[in-house]
Design a protein around this ligand. Structure first.
Ligand SMILES: Nc1ncnc2c1ncn2[C@@H]1O[C@H](COP(=O)(O)OP(=O)(O)OP(=O)(O)O)[C@@H](O)[C@H]1O
Ligand SMILES: [Mg+2]
Length: 144
């Protein structure tokens, strides 16, 4: 049942915990991993500072750099993993892109962190994990 496991990572502690759990599962079931980071960009369209519109400068360039750092960190943490690992960077809405990727790559399950970078204490699930649980058509494991 677990041939290929997808882990979406945003660089947060819960996402790394999810990745560690997915690694254990993958080792047990001899599965491959797909690690995905979705660059959401900052909503800075029309951001004007000191009379200058800095929306473009502040946009996907920085987020892509950070995305690469997150994927490099994932690579580091997965050193010694015996199966195959694919690393993916996508752009757009995180939950949608994660589900598209899972479909395109015929993934059998998603392992996700309960919360992410925003980590608002009062919510049990973040919006990305909660949308995955509700709308993905494959099993989703939420790591607490
Ligand atoms: N941009 C992203 N790319 C890849 N995975 C993500 C991304 N954002 C969130 N995730 C995954 O979803 C999990 C839950 O994060 P989520 O964004 O839902 O919570 P949050 O940041 O606490 O709240 P919110 O973003 O809704 O304000 C993360 O641990 C990670 O596994
Ligand atoms: Mg988030």
């Amino acid at each position: 049942m677990f041939k290929k496991i997808l882990v979406p990572v945003d660089g947060s502690a819960p996402a790394w915990r999810a990745m560690d759990t997915a690694r254990n599962l993958a080792e047990t079931y001899h599965a491959d991993l797909v690690i995905v980071h979705v660059v959401q960009g900052l909503s800075t369209r029309g951001l004007i500072v000191n009379g200058m519109d800095i929306s473009v400068k502040n946009d996907n360039v920085n987020s892509t750099k950070i995305g690469n750092m997150i994927l490099d960190t994932a690579k580091d943490r997965l050193k010694g993993f015996p199966g195959k690992v694919e690393y993916d960077m996508e752009f757009g809405d995180a939950a949608e892109k994660i589900m598209d990727d899972a479909r395109d790559k015929s993934v059998s399950a998603i392992v996700v962190g309960r919360r992410g970078l925003s980590g608002v204490e009062e919510f049990l699930l973040g919006s990305v994990s909660s949308r995955l649980v509700q709308y993905a058509d494959i099993p989703v494991m939420v790591v607490k």
